[in-house]
Design a protein around this ligand. Structure first.
Ligand code: SAM
Length: 330
């Protein structure tokens, strides 16, 4: 569906681009008459609107446009620069000389079926053009939005493991070691054992790159330790700047603010049936929020814990997808 809108808000929609052009020409003629100008002959008007107005008489622009995928479909146009060379399968080539951008020129036919197939496979933008796409709420301040890219390769989930006679030393959870000792190696080990990728639950999520044993320390929820009294002010500030706010309450007095100085743990999503849990641990007199594995977690699984948000009237729908889902986060 194509759509044009006049300055006074009138919109005209059609699935036919030629109908849209006709409407556009009609509107230009009306506007010219309204300004005491004579109506232009249709040919000249089309030439103006479709060619000059769009800068298509500028050779540099034509040179670029002729390379666009899909140019093949402009059957009325004869390319000037990127002509097809017989037998070539790539885009942007054409046989026959170009004779300008006139509406009545002919786009010479292309012999290669490979070439045609290439364009057959081209996906049309569901919104018509990229410029008509709805605004997606990607914040300019969210410098980690690329982590949710579908092009980032996630660790392959291991479905079944070969069990043979080879004795493979299994990594223990280390749960018999003192917390301080386990904590000492956590920062380094978590860099390797977890990664942030696009999540089916919400935005980005944390996934494990290797199997994790039940009871293992997975990652610390790192950030800036701030007093609880500061949280409202900071939240307002982050909101006003469109910055996603990541905070974790330690107790009545302290909160870890991971918004500006956090690590990957801030991307852990909630699940009503989680595979991890969070615990505030005292290590050498300092409180730390540590995420532990609740059960054995296999490579590729998304790590989740129960946010245990307090009940509120304004609900946050839950998309954890578990059988035991409580439907809301709060
Ligand atoms: C700490 S962030 C988690 C990371 C987040 N997915 C991201 O990409 O920034 C917490 C926010 O993620 C969303 N979220 C986490 N778990 C969710 C779930 N199970 N269902 C719906 N939204 C969830 C909520 O908006 C929540 O306030």
């Amino acid at each position: 569906m194509y759509e044009i809108q006049s300055q006074d808000g009138f919109t005209y929609k059609s699935t036919s681009i030629s109908e849209i052009w006709d409407k556009l020409f009609e509107a230009v003629q009306i506007a010219r008459r309204a300004h005491g100008l004579t109506a232009l002959p249709e040919g000249q008007l089309k030439e103006m609107a479709g060619v000059q107005m769009l800068g298509l008489k500028t050779n540099a622009i034509r040179y670029l446009l002729e390379q666009l995928p899909g140019v093949e479909k402009c059957t009325q146009y004869s390319p000037l620069y990127h002509k097809k060379q017989a037998g070539l399968g790539g885009p942007g080539v054409g046989v026959g000389g170009g004779n300008g951008m006139g509406m009545n020129g002919g786009f010479a036919s292309h012999g290669s079926s490979e070439y045609a197939d290439y364009f057959e496979d081209l996906q049309e933008n569901p919104h018509g053009t990229a410029r008509c796409e709805p605004y997606s709420s990607r914040s300019e301040y969210d410098m980690f939005s690329w982590l949710a890219s579908r092009h980032r390769k996630q660790p392959m989930p291991i479905v079944a493991q070969n069990i043979d006679d080879t004795i493979i030393p299994r990594r223990g959870s280390g749960s018999n070691l003192p917390m301080a000792m386990r904590y000492r190696t956590l920062k380094e080990s978590s860099k390797e054992s977890v990664g942030v990728y696009r999540s089916h639950i919400h935005g980005r999520g944390l996934f494990c790159n290797r199997d994790i044993e039940a009871g293992e320390m997975v990652i610390e929820y790192a950030g800036e330790l701030i007093r609880s009294t500061l949280t409202d002010k900071r939240e307002r500030y982050y909101d006003s700047r469109g910055i996603g706010c990541y905070m974790f309450k330690i107790d009545e007095n302290f909160v870890v603010d991971a918004t500006m100085r956090g690590n990957a743990a801030r991307f852990i999503n909630h699940s009503c049936e989680p595979n991890c849990y969070s615990k505030v641990v005292d290590i050498l007199g300092h409180k730390h929020i540590i995420i532990f594995a609740l059960r054995r977690i296999v490579q590729g699984e998304e790590l989740t814990y129960d946010y245990k948000f307090p009940f509120e009237d304004v609900k946050i729908p839950c998309s954890c997808g578990s059988k035991k889902c409580r439907k809301y986060l709060n």
